[in-house]
Ligand binder design. Structure first.
Ligand SMILES: C[S@@+](CC[C@H](N)C(=O)[O-])C[C@H]1O[C@@H](n2cnc3c(N)ncnc32)[C@H](O)[C@@H]1O
Length: 341
């Protein structure tokens, strides 16, 4: 999934710093997992991986890809291929009421609704798949692992038929050609690292006491909050019929505003994280144009680093505008490494 601040282009740099500076580590906490791409990278390198994000849809994706070491068996369900079954399901096959279909009623242009996030057929498909997964779980036809496996397949499929340019903060006023494709679930990719990996849906402060070899932290770096940009994925994941408002049908997110997105709180947020972290090492992803200056973050790191263990690595990063590489802006991706214990 395309994710704001996603680190897919930085994985080699992260891996190189770890293998050259702290090759002995065997367990990692990914405190702000987002798309889960860094956690998946750690898992594939054989580290015991503990993943966290306070957004529920992010948790759902990592709960399947990080925690599971093999595809679940679906022994109780009595359906050979649940993904194929869900792909072929129609509204007429189910007993659901149209009023239950939250995405269809609120994010596609039917009835009074003018929002154009999904073609009505796909919106309805999202609803009946989501409701079916919930029904199977409530009726104990699928296990918790199976529930998250199917739910992550749904979350991963939705962006491919969404009428957006990448985030859900706005929808397009004409139908993009991708919206005419029929929503299709694919099997989530499950790798096996032979470790007992874990996944959490907590505020970062609640995981700092976890003792691991490395805490990897990639918090937001500017004032752009994550929830408004992914509010529909959050609602599909939770399926909690939230109160919504405004042109985009936004759910309330007062309790999901990040201390890393405000100038007044970002320094103390970093200080809390670094001071209270019980892992041996900390590796922070940030950049030189972020809310907290390089000098201020370096000072905090130096204050808590054991001996002279603090190191800052910088990588010039090409910003792409209209597909024309533009690296004149001087943006540098950074990795701050320090030993804490
Ligand atoms: C820069 S993104 C992480 C991107 C991720 N490394 C990737 O490659 O996809 C920052 C993440 O921090 C999460 N976040 C922000 N504040 C948080 C908090 N207080 N506790 C937990 N997660 C938080 C956001 O939901 C977002 O997914």
């Amino acid at each position: 999934m395309r994710y704001i601040g996603g680190k897919s282009l930085l994985l080699d740099n992260i891996n190189n710093v770890i293998t050259s500076e702290i090759p002995e580590i065997s367990s990692v906490v990914d405190l702000f997992a987002g798309s889960g791409i860094v956690s998946s990278n750690f898992k594939s390198k054989g580290y015991r991986t503990i993943s966290n994000d306070y957004l529920y849809f992010s948790y759902v994706m990592s709960r399947a890809s990080i925690v599971l070491n093999k595809k679940p068996a679906f022994k109780n369900l009595g359906i050979d291929d649940p993904i194929k079954y869900l792909n072929e399901l129609t509204f007429a096959d189910t007993n659901f009421d149209i009023d239950q279909c939250f995405i269809y009623n609120n994010y596609s242009p039917v009835g009074q609704c003018e929002r154009m996030y999904f073609q009505p057929e796909n919106a309805l498909k999202i609803d009946i798949i989501r409701l079916t997964i919930k029904k199977w779980y409530t009726e104990e036809q699928i296990t918790e692992n199976e529930y998250f496996y199917l739910l992550s397949a749904l979350i991963n499929a939705v962006p491919f038929v969404s009428n957006i340019t990448g985030v859900y903060a706005a929808y397009l006023k004409f139908w993009d050609k991708r919206t005419y494709k029929t929503l299709e679930l694919t099997e989530p990719i499950i790798t096996n690292n032979g470790k007992k990996n874990e996944c959490y849906n907590l505020d970062f402060t609640e995981l700092l006491s976890k003792k691991c070899d490395l805490l990897y932290a990639d918090p937001p770096y500017n004032s752009r909050e994550y929830l408004p940009n992914y509010h529909i994925l959050e609602t599909i994941a939770r399926y909690d019929y939230p109160e919504i408002h405004g042109v985009t049908g936004m759910r309330n997110y007062d309790d999901q505003k990040s201390v890393f997105c405000k100038k007044g709180t970002v320094a103390s947020a970093f200080e809390t994280m670094i001071r209270d972290c019980k892992s041996k090492y900390i590796l922070i992803s940030y950049n030189n144009e972020a809310l907290l200056s390089t000098e201020a973050l370096s000072d905090i790191c130096k204050r808590y680093a054991i001996g002279d263990s603090f190191k800052l690595f910088e990588f010039s990063y090409r910003r792409y505008k209209n597909k024309i590489p533009n690296d004149t802006a001087g943006l540098k991706e950074q990795l701050y490494l320090l030993r804490r214990h």
